[in-house]
Design a protein around this ligand. Structure first.
Ligand code: GDP
Length: 342
């Protein structure tokens, strides 16, 4: 999948404008910026985000001597890459290849207190509108956290040497004992769907049926986790068709009851910049720690991925890239920036 086809085309056009020049000038850069801007807006990148990106690229590019052996085009693309990276939150905790020990996209999971000494499970609350892929994400995240690093496909493909160094620098492994809590009591099939997913990924699902109070379900799930030695609880909360005050109030109540380490909003990449506004409104209503961006496999535009952080201030922590339970990946801004630029 090539994201941002138009952006790639725009960047090819850039080469023409800079042909042979040693320095990017206001004049030579203007047409390039214009096509990039159009490509960003066509990809449904939020207007303010697109404007900030363009300004940043201009600032980084203008007046710079072209480095020996690097074309003006390459330099422009590097500026674009750096801006995209900043925009998507390219700090150390979300880089794929700088410091492997800082790699966890769920930073607070990596830094959460040792379960063995505190007996306090890590609690992850999942929220989102109906159809965003929330229940699926709960199952996927359970599998991801349950899996040991050595079981992942990426690690399996490494040489012995790579493996040894990676594993040494990445301890402790995930290898978590996960409990799923079915607190989506409104959609009739949600509990059953979670139970089926739980069975698929080999994770126990806690439920009190569809008549129980979601905050009570979450609370009892955490108590069960403490009693039985689960170190992680993922709570699947209700989704609705639209954002309403009742949904937000319920989430605040669940949140207050279990004090989650992470509150992640599940949003659909196909909705473009609307996903970014949704993230911002959930954050102001209940306070979230990040987003899980689903259906990235079906999104050829990338507007949501680029806009979410800029609009809401919240990072994307995971991406869903398919319907299968293995189709969840940590979100790495540097990889995404490279993908976007083709
Ligand atoms: P919920 O209402 O938010 O709980 O949504 P579901 O988890 O039931 O998902 C809705 C639909 O989206 C289902 O058909 C899922 O298979 C599909 N889905 C979820 N995540 C992804 C993804 O990352 N990629 C694709 N292609 N489909 C997904």
């Amino acid at each position: 999948h090539m994201m941002f086809d138009q952006l790639s085309a725009a960047l090819t056009e850039v080469a023409k404008n800079f042909g042979g020049k040693q320095r990017m000038t206001e004049n030579s850069i203007q047409p390039a910026l214009k096509s990039v801007r159009r490509a960003l807006l066509d990809a449904d990148v939020n207007l303010d985000v697109a404007t900030a990106l363009i300004d940043g690229v201009k600032r980084r590019s203008l007046g710079k001597e072209v480095t020996q052996g690097v074309t003006a085009e390459q330099q422009f693309i590097k500026a674009m890459y750096d801006e995209l990276l900043d925009m998507m939150g390219g700090d150390a905790s979300q880089q794929s290849n700088r410091n492997p020990s800082l790699q966890s996209p769920v930073a607070s999971l990596a830094h959460s207190p040792d379960f063995a000494t505190t007996n306090k499970p890590t609690v992850i609350l999942l929220a989102g509108l109906q159809g965003a892929g929330k229940t699926t994400a709960a199952g996927k995240l359970a599998l991801y956290l349950k899996e040991r690093e050595v079981d992942s496909d990426a690690v399996k493909q490494m040489s012995e040497e790579e493996r040894a160094s990676t594993l040494a620098s990445r301890l402790p492994k995930r290898n978590r004992r996960v409990l799923l809590a079915a607190a989506d009591v409104y959609r009739p099939a949600a509990i059953e769907q979670l139970q089926i997913l739980g069975e698929q990924v080999g994770v126990e699902v806690f439920s009190l049926g569809a008549d129980a109070d979601p905050a009570e379900i979450a609370k009892e799930a955490v108590e069960k986790a403490k009693r039985e030695g689960f170190d992680t609880v993922i709570v699947d909360t209700a989704g609705r068709q639209v954002v309403d005050e009742e949904l937000m109030e319920e989430l605040r109540r669940v949140k207050k009851t279990v004090e989650p380490d992470e509150t992640l909003l599940v949003v659909d990449a196909m909705t473009g910049q609307a996903a970014a506004f949704l993230t911002a409104s959930f954050d102001s209503a209940v306070g979230i720690s990040g987003a899980i961006l689903t259906k990235l496999d079906g999104d050829s535009r990338g507007g949501a991925a680029v806009s979410i952080r800029g609009v809401s201030g919240k990072p994307i922590k995971f991406v869903g890239v398919g319907e299968k339970t293995q189709d969840l990946e940590p979100f790495y801004p540097d990889r995404m920036a490279s993908r976007i630029l083709g």
